[in-house]
Design a protein around this ligand. Sequence first.
Ligand code: ADP
Length: 496
Amino acid sequence: MNILFATSEATPFCKTGGLGDVCGALPRELAKLGHRVTVFLPAFRQARQAGIPIEPTGVYVEAPIGQKHVRGHLLHSRLPNSDVEVFLVDQDHYYDRPHLYREEGEDYRDNCERFTFYCRAVLEAIAKLALPVDAVHCHDWTAGLMPAYIKTLYSAHKPWRGLVSLLTIHNLAYQGNFWHWDMALTGLDWKYFNWRQMEFYGNLSFLKTGIVFADALTTVSPTYAREILSAPLGAGMEGALQHRQADLHGIINGVDYQEWSPASDRFLGDHRYDRQNYAEGKAACKRRLQQRLHLPQRPDTPLLAAVGRLADQKGYDLIVRVMRHWAERVDAQWVVLGTGEPKYHEALSSLAGEFPDRVAVRLEFSEELSHLIEAAADVFLMPSQYEPCGLNQLYSLRYGTVPVVRATGGLVDTVVNATEATLANGTATGFSFDDYTSLALAEALDRAVRAYHHQAVWSQLIETGMRQDWSWGHSAEQYVRLYERTIRRGPVEVQA
Ligand code: ADP
């Protein structure tokens, strides 16, 4: 099959979160299964400066955006170590910016225009490049208009006639909602601006448009696929999703073990390790991290870590509260790497200033440090309010770092809570808790730290975690089956 991936992130070109990891890895897995995947990205400054060879093609695409005609140039590259072709839509005015979507806590004001152009440019590129495409796989709101274009403006003409589209929702909270007059930018008929199709509480919604017009929908774990059918995790889209329930599938994300294995990790230098020698390997990485972050070199003090976007979703309010309480009383070290909401930057920096022997915080995006932390930490924290899939807990399992997670979304599907029963039957891999409260997080952490001081239990948890296989193979096969079914069935009629 020929699959077109429409995504705004793909490692190693550009990434702000899990979307980038998935769209960097899944196309390669699909290619291994014999399919041809072509990835289309906006030519963000971050992508162009990623150090990967990118060539101009001399092929231009044009699209009407409101009253304007906008032109873009297609650049060509490949996902490293693969044959997967990547085209980047180059339009400096839209994409040559310091960040992808927002700066200093504010979305770029012309995001609607930027991603309307992206959606149209990708569709135009299919014709310009004479690209064989059997299905268009759209990711998140930034590609949300494409299924609507395919079913409306482009439906009567070759090469788009009869094309099917799929939409993967990586995080339902990011919806791409814009004021209604932006509808004029899209060139789509106002008749689609109604509550059953593109309108979402008076706004134009890219994500809702995708949910309504795509021929199949997926999200990134079976539990999240169920959770989003009702409030609050449906984030207002639960009605639209219930309507499409028969076409909504939960496929868990995999891990790119080429990137994320302690045995081959390029960021670990001499301290690489595997299941046979993890004790020495992790101890060495812990020393290195403590030294690097100016924490006291204490091998037997549990090191608790969190890496990620500093957003409400990730439970940083709970982390900050428990950290403050523990930093005064409990022999544990805390490491946080992340960027995001200014309120968390402030709270975490002030804790690091107050407790320099117990708390180290790095407010930056660092691929290298995120790998070192996965290897060095004893416990990895993910007390998320909601978590579509979550990747860090999967990385943690492979690195022998025990996850402490809230029982939501993909965290339910991937971490087995340590209880008497799961320890006895050898399935326990971490600790989970239900209530979204700092008390529940503190209790789970307390269980984890007690287990840490109980060597037999701790090594059992680490070794069971390291044995887990969350590689992409199985999930990629599920995507293939879904592509096949969707193509066989053909375009689904949209309810007016
Ligand atoms: P989400 O997509 O919701 O942000 P995931 O757990 O699915 O969460 O994926 C997050 C990815 O982004 C992981 O690969 C994580 O290591 C990475 N990441 C997030 N913040 C940072 C950071 N500050 N530095 C390095 N990597 C980060």
